[in-house]
Ligand binder design. Structure first.
Ligand code: FAD
Ligand code: SF4
Length: 525
């Protein structure tokens, strides 16, 4: 008798999702390794290993539990499904809504052209049986309800308050936020200059991972970064161990040092769970529940617990919702008309002597990871103030990070980091050297002086920052805080301002340009 075929996407690696039947006999399960996706970008080697190994481990786990599972290698996901339907003589395909626009489009085309010859049932990728806290519909309703005609921008803080009220998490009996306010962000910004973070968990590659590593060594298209040491959790059991390690060792200070950066300390007090969350090895609900438990039993201060909840139930859900509101336009929008090619040092860190940039890129190259403030205030900020093309930057982030998938990378790069998409941001996250100097120890081992704006040893961030403010003043002065900053600029004499603008022009002109010749396929699926 023909049975349904359950398609487990590369990021759907959890038995609680609706793309895995509760009863192993209810249908067969297929995972697809898409050649087109594998060569779509110059992926970081560790990311390739992670995805291949995690998929294969999950297939193995299902097999052990009595499922009929196959991994099909094909040109595309759609072709893989076509092969599997034929082989299994399946009656229908059951899957979760694809999490990336490219795959979603490819599925829609396959249905339209009747490529599979059987119906496709898609379950929501959020809510019950899904991976996110919210269904797409619930987010879309919120987005429609809160969008004002006078100011159509969506606000994360409005969304986050709504999520807190909806879940009741960190809310008291009277429906008020614990501690009297929704956000303790201001308390979570300490530098960590005399601190040393505990070591982060690392998982020894087993035979399946080693096989994936050998395969990646011979990858047929360009890849980036170091392959070893490979440390990332590839199974749910390992992801849970990593989560336990966070709560045992780093949760207490997570809030304090959330925005801090230290040379030689890639992981700080961060959770390091994004790669596991994004593959569904962990569910956001269980992570939030652990945070609430840690706050209730006193092992995590309220400010830290609130800070982490905001990242997961706030930012993460918000970005996923915004992505689906804004694609495909989000891929092409470029509000600030920034067109400079990506500087070469994003691929080759030795090409710059700016210590903050060089250290951050080198770290991503070596570990496949950079924490939020490195991404936003060093790597994103530099591209923003230097006028780098946001799409070029977006491809770099998508290819280079262990947790990168378009649904989360794109809104972060286009909205938060580069202000190319202004559908949910009120001002760009632009900063001069003072911010990096305050929040890190990078400047003390840098050949540039963070206090100077002009001269050959002046920190490039300073001249670029002020030139950026000057270039976009009409737009930026609509924001009160930025307007005040521009008043400082106006008070400087013309000679000084001209010297800063000259230095900025010179810096941009001398930026070494990406000459890899690599190409990028946004829609490859
Ligand atoms: P922690 O700092 O410990 O935070 C806990 C969790 O909160 C993260 O695991 C993540 O799931 C969630 N989170 C926090 N901030 C965000 C955010 N802005 N958007 C979505 N989730 C968030 N995150 C990705 O998962 N994939 C990406 O491709 C990605 N690209 C980014 C690009 C830029 C330019 C910026 C500024 C941020 C990006 N982020 C991305 C968000 C964030 O930087 C990472 O989620 C975080 O650094 C992952 O490390 P962690 O697990 O140790 O996070
Ligand atoms: Fe970065 Fe400037 Fe500090 Fe050097 S001086 S580390 S370039 S902010």
């Amino acid at each position: 008798m023909a049975r349904p075929l359950y398609f487990v996407g590369p990021w759907d690696l959890n038995r609680d999702l609706a793309c895995v039947p509760p009863d192993p006999q209810a249908g067969s399960v297929v995972l697809v390794e898409s050649e087109a996706k594998g060569r779509a970008l110059p992926w970081h080697k560790q990311k390739l290993v992670l995805v291949l190994s995690a998929m294969r481990h999950f297939a193995h786990e299902l097999e052990e539990a009595g499922y009929h599972v196959s991994i099909v290698r094909a040109k595309t996901y759609a072709e893989g499904l076509q092969k599997a339907v034929k082989k299994q003589r399946a009656s229908e395909i059951i899957a979760l809504m694809p999490r990336e626009y490219g795959l979603s489009r490819s599925f829609a085309q396959a249905v339209e052209q009747n490529t599979w010859g059987v119906p496709l049932t898609l379950h929501d990728d959020g809510g019950d049986g899904g991976h996110y806290l919210l269904t797409r519909e619930a987010f879309a309703e919120w987005a429609q309800r809160t969008q004002k005609k006078s100011d159509p921008r969506w606000r994360m803080d409005t969304f986050y308050r709504w999520m807190r009220q909806r879940t009741g998490w960190l809310m008291d009996d009277k429906g008020k936020p614990e501690g009297g306010k929704y956000s303790f962000d201001a308390e979570n910004r300490k530098p960590a200059k005399n601190e040393s973070p505990p070591s982060a968990p690392s998982f020894e590659p087993d035979a399946i991972t080693r096989k994936a590593m050998a395969q990646v060594k011979k990858w047929p298209s360009p890849t980036w970064g170091e392959l070893e040491p490979f440390r990332w959790p590839v199974t749910r059991a390992e992801a849970l161990q990593a989560l336990d390690a966070f709560f045992a060792q780093r949760a207490e200070k997570f809030g304090d040092y959330q925005d801090a950066m230290l040379g030689g300390e890639p992981f700080m007090w961060h959770t390091l769970i994004s790669s596991s969350l994004n593959l569904s090895l962990l569910h956001p609900q269980e992570v939030c529940e652990r945070v609430l438990e840690a706050q209730a039993n006193g092992t995590m201060p309220l400010a830290a617990a609130e800070g982490l909840l905001r990242q997961i139930m706030g930012w993460r859900e918000f970005m996923r919702g915004i992505y689906w509101q804004r694609v495909p336009q989000m891929r092409i929008t470029n509000t600030l008309k920034a067109h400079h090619p990506l500087p070469k040092f994003y691929w080759e860190p030795a090409e710059t002597d700016m210590n903050c940039v060089r250290t951050s890129v080198q770290q991503v190259h070596d570990t496949d990871y950079g924490h939020h403030i490195q991404r936003l205030m060093v790597l994103g900020n530099f591209a923003l103030i230097a006028g780098v093309d946001p799409h070029a930057l977006s491809h770099w982030f998508w290819a280079g990070f262990v947790d990168a998938y378009e649904w989360v990378e794109l809104p972060n790069v286009m909205g938060m980091a580069t202000f190319a998409d202004t559908s949910f941001t009120t001002k760009p996250y632009a900063a001069a050297a003072a911010y990096i100097d305050r929040m890190s120890d990078y400047c003390k081992s840098c050949p540039y002086n963070p206090k100077e704006r002009v001269g050959s040893d002046a920190c490039p961030f300073n001249a670029l920052f002020w030139a950026f403010m000057h270039r976009h003043r009409t737009r930026l002065e609509k924001n009160i805080r930025l307007k005040m900053l521009l008043r400082t600029w106006d008070k400087w004499d013309k000679k000084q301002r001209d010297a800063i603008l000259r230095r900025a022009r010179q810096l941009v002109k001398n930026l070494p340009v990406d000459d890899t010749g690599w190409t990028y396929e946004d829609d490859a699926a």
